[in-house]
Design a protein around this ligand. Structure first.
Ligand SMILES: Cc1cc2nc3c(=O)[nH]c(=O)nc-3n(C[C@H](O)[C@H](O)[C@H](O)COP(=O)(O)O)c2cc1C
Length: 348
């Protein structure tokens, strides 16, 4: 179980929350290698590891081998357990500069980047890639082979091309294909929303692990579900307790002054957009044919009063109101998010 790199979503207090809820391997938000090399403050903050993160990888984006190598050294000095190369970022601004998914058409350059990073650090170098630039011309096999040849320790495949974005389900057959052909661990990524998805995809493909992205933003306790192989149907008050815990961790990180509170509010609002997509439907009640993709926003069951209604509403006004209520609410959060799961486990 690997927490995916998530720009903005993978902020340090949120990763701490996820570790309390069972995440064991965590990854930083994408950091731009050239900014890390210049020591730019915002980028350096992305390399920070929380003490409770047992295995924390820093994801780097760049196209110049020497720059990626230097940035890897800096990440290693700051405590990274591994460094990961971003070959998936779809954003035009970066792709035009030859960064992220643009590298999926340049297998040789990927090999040079991985080789330079390997040379520069003692920690493992991993690679996270897509199927290719577009679906018609998948390049993942040649890019993966170049990475392996250059010394990559593991490869994550997100089974979509850059052009596909999230429109269709991720292709896990491609993950199975890579597992068969590579001598190193392959981690599969795409559409893991329930523990059943994780088990089924691992059994079907033989992958060494699964990486979870949006599932961890919608349902931060997904790692506990995968760990225990059961659904945890959290009540609105349980979910509120998790939000309070996040608020407390975020306050600790961003500071308990006006500026800090502003940041906590901003991040709460951001997270609530994903959090609101949760529907307490046990996954075994949904047939595989109608299993909703994560990106499908299921309609709320019905309008509900109070905070529960706010939790389910999918509009900015509700998120703003809820974030303000959570921020100003004097009720302390639980000492650990794990307490919420323990209470369910020891319940009637
Ligand atoms: C908000 C958000 C931010 C993301 N940021 C990154 C990133 O910084 N680096 C990266 O490699 N992938 C990033 N991704 C892609 C995810 O890591 C993952 O590959 C993709 O969402 C598919 O997994 P999922 O179906 O579990 O969401 C991001 C995805 C989301 C939704």
């Amino acid at each position: 179980m690997v927490l995916a790199p998530l720009t903005k979503g993978g902020n340090l207090p949120y990763r701490r929350l996820l570790v309390e809820l069972g995440a064991t391997v965590t990854t930083s938000e994408m950091a731009l290698a050239y900014k890390v090399c210049k020591g730019m403050r915002g980028e350096m903050a992305l390399l920070r590891r929380a003490p409770e993160e047992q295995c924390f990888g820093v994801q780097l984006a760049g196209r110049k081998p020497a720059q990626m190598a230097r940035a890897s050294q800096i990440a290693q000095e700051r405590g990274a357990s591994f460094v990961d190369v971003n070959l998936g970022c779809p954003i035009d601004l970066f792709c035009r500069r030859g960064i992220g998914a643009a590298l999926m058409t340049r297998a040789r350059r990927v090999g040079e980047i991985v080789a330079a990073m390997r040379e520069a650090v003692d920690i493992p170098v991993t690679v996270k890639m897509r199927l290719g630039w577009d679906e018609e011309k998948p390049t993942f096999t040649s890019v993966a082979e170049a990475a392996v040849e250059a010394g990559a320790s593991a490869i994550t495949l997100h089974g979509r091309s850059r052009k596909q974005r999230y429109k269709r389900a991720a292709n896990w057959d491609a993950v199975a294909q890579l597992v068969q052909s590579l001598p190193i661990p392959v981690i599969g990524n795409g559409d893991i929303l329930t523990w059943r998805d994780a088990v089924e995809k691992r059994e079907r493909t033989g992958c060494a692990g699964v990486m979870v992205a949006r599932g961890a933003l919608i349902k931060p306790w997904i790692f506990s579900e995968i760990q225990h192989r059961r659904d945890f149907l959290l009540t609105p008050s349980d979910r509120l307790a998790l939000l309070r815990r996040y608020r407390d961790l975020a306050r600790e990180h961003f500071g308990d002054d006006d500026h800090g509170h502003q940041r906590v509010h901003e991040f709460l609002m951001w997270h609530l957009e994903f959090f609101a997509r949760y529907r307490p439907v046990p996954s075994d009640t949904i047939s595989p044919d109608e299993h909703p993709l994560i990106q499908t926003r299921m309609a709320p069951p019905e309008a509900l009063p109070g905070i529960e209604g706010l939790l389910l509403r999918d509009d900015e006004e509700a998120r703003r109101e809820l974030a303000t209520q959570i921020l100003t609410d004097p009720t302390p959060g639980p000492a650990s998010a794990a307490d919420v799961i323990s209470a369910i486990l020891s319940g009637p």
